[in-house]
Design a protein around this ligand. Structure first.
Ligand code: CO
Length: 481
């Protein structure tokens, strides 16, 4: 009886992110599958709602740095984790790569991900333009898997509110996802910008209207995340993401252990076994020396309190800093921060998440060094052209004309679904690869990462260097045509 009472009727559910976002955040995604195996069975018995094991940067780093076939991790872990669903982070039409892929690639990728054991798909788009997740969703549904619709959390300025990222914005985005058939809706706060009281208002409002379970994903970066979870929990959030303590905090997620302790005896108590989690944490402490050289330790503080002032995500700052270093202009960082704000406004106030954060950041640097939009990157032109989707606010027509003047891909913005502008890719890739591709998995991986995957496959199959022509991306091809 005593034990039963510990699990509240409205128990908070927890997704563990140790095996994906945890090491992606603190160890540059370098954790090897072999170090997950020793605790996999125990993890399975903890009672997590799901365990995130794949997606995000894992596909890239596994083949590039770890010598692992990226498709293998879920297959291997599935042997040890048989009860708990596997989740993955999927960047919509971007999949787990760095550009938009054609629909045939997206369909084949999602089907393959289902086949290797992914159960829950957290789908998002950098512009919150959900036309970019339509093709994924169609295949997730066809395979009978869980579609988690995700809204990137961003701020107009200050906090929740203003003319773009106000309560209405999030309500309508969540509604849109529910109408697309989302079985849960996630607020994805990749930069840790969601403050505790805004979280309360946001989830209280969402809870009143959205029928499917609500999930919160946030990062500890700014130092607010644990407080934010607590307020979101009070407002009724159903599921949150955590990591085991050694892989938590810093730029990662809040730790699970203090959360369990904080909820003990309340109406949201999880009923999970703290001692078991502590033992799992011990394993991570034991393997940590292998990975600690990836830990950012140039500062004493483990949080980035600066983000509270200038609201530029941590990952973006390190990109800006290295770009400025290269151009020997590091002394202009403060100016760049202000210009990022202006450039973002000019671009229709998009969320600062990959790849848009890099596009806006790189342009802000050029604007400061050479004058506003005197030099413009092709990626920014593509963004203005509409190839990434619809920006939250329209871009000034005058600016559009100036930026797209004489652009080879077009001078008139397009308004359709970005995927509709991309011709199929698989057949062409197969032809290019010849006998380097032994499986469909090889072909898909090669489309995502042509250069590094070619090298990986040559090693894998023991072939010498072959003369594969680098595949032109369809966007390039179309533009050139
Ligand atoms: Co994350």
């Amino acid at each position: 009886m005593e034990k039963l009472k510990m699990i509240a009727a409205n128990a908070l559910k927890i997704q563990d992110n140790t095996f994906r976002d945890g090491h992606q955040s603190i160890y540059a995604t370098r954790m090897k599958t072999e170090d997950m195996i020793p605790i996999a069975e125990e993890m399975d018995s903890c009672g997590f709602w799901a365990i995130e094991v794949w997606g995000g940067a894992t596909f890239d780093t596994m083949h590039r740095f770890l010598g692992e076939d990226p498709w293998m991790r879920p297959k291997i872990l599935k042997k040890y984790i048989t009860k708990t669903p596997f989740s993955m982070l999927l960047r919509g039409q971007n999949l787990v790569g760095y550009r938009h892929y054609a629909d045939d690639v997206v369909r084949a990728f999602v089907d393959k991900a289902c086949e290797i054991g992914i159960d829950v798909f957290r789908c998002f788009d950098a512009l919150n333009d959900f036309r970019n997740i339509e093709t994924c969703v169609e295949r997730i549904k066809a395979n009978g898997r869980h579609f988690q619709g995700s809204v990137c959390y961003s701020l107009t300025e200050g906090g929740l509110g203003g003319n773009v990222y106000n309560l209405n914005y999030y309500m309508s985005k969540a509604r849109e996802l529910e109408q697309m058939g989302a079985e849960s809706v996630c607020i994805k706060d990749m930069a840790g910008m969601l403050s505790p009281y805004d979280a309360y208002d946001l989830f209280a409002a969402l809870k009143k209207e959205i029928k499917v379970p609500l999930h919160l994903h946030t990062h500890y970066t700014s130092g607010m995340a644990s407080m934010t979870y607590l307020k979101a929990i009070e407002a009724g959030v159903d599921i949150v993401d955590t990591c085991l303590a050694p892989f938590a905090l810093r730029t990662s997620m809040p730790a699970i252990e203090p959360l369990l302790a904080a909820l003990r005896g309340t109406g949201r108590a999880t009923g999970m076994d703290l001692h078991k989690l502590l033992a799992l944490g011990e394993h991570l402490e034991n393997i940590a020396p292998k990975y600690n050289h990836h830990l950012a330790n140039h500062k004493l503080s483990i949080i980035d309190s600066g983000v509270l002032a200038h609201q530029i995500p941590g990952g973006m700052i390190s990109n800006l800093t290295s770009q400025l270093k290269e151009m020997k202009a590091l002394d202009r960082l403060e100016e760049i921060y202000r210009e990022v704000e202006q450039t973002r406004k000019d671009m229709g106030c998009p969320p600062l998440v990959t790849p848009v954060s890099q596009i806006v950041g790189a342009q802000a640097v050029l604007n400061v060094l050479f004058g506003r939009y005197v030099k413009v990157t092709n990626q920014l032109k593509d963004l203005v052209l509409g190839l990434y989707g619809k920006t939250p606010l329209p871009i000034e027509p005058e600016l559009v004309r100036m930026i797209l003047k004489k652009y080879k891909r077009g001078e008139e913005p397009v308004a359709g679904r970005p995927g509709d502008y991309l011709p199929p890719e698989i057949a062409n890739a197969k032809k290019q690869m010849g006998n380097l591709a032994r499986t469909d998995e090889d072909v898909l991986a090669y489309i995502l990462y042509p250069a590094s995957m070619q090298e990986f496959l040559q090693k894998k199959y023991g072939a010498g260097p072959t003369s594969i022509a680098t595949i032109e991306s369809p966007q390039q091809k179309k533009a050139a045509a």
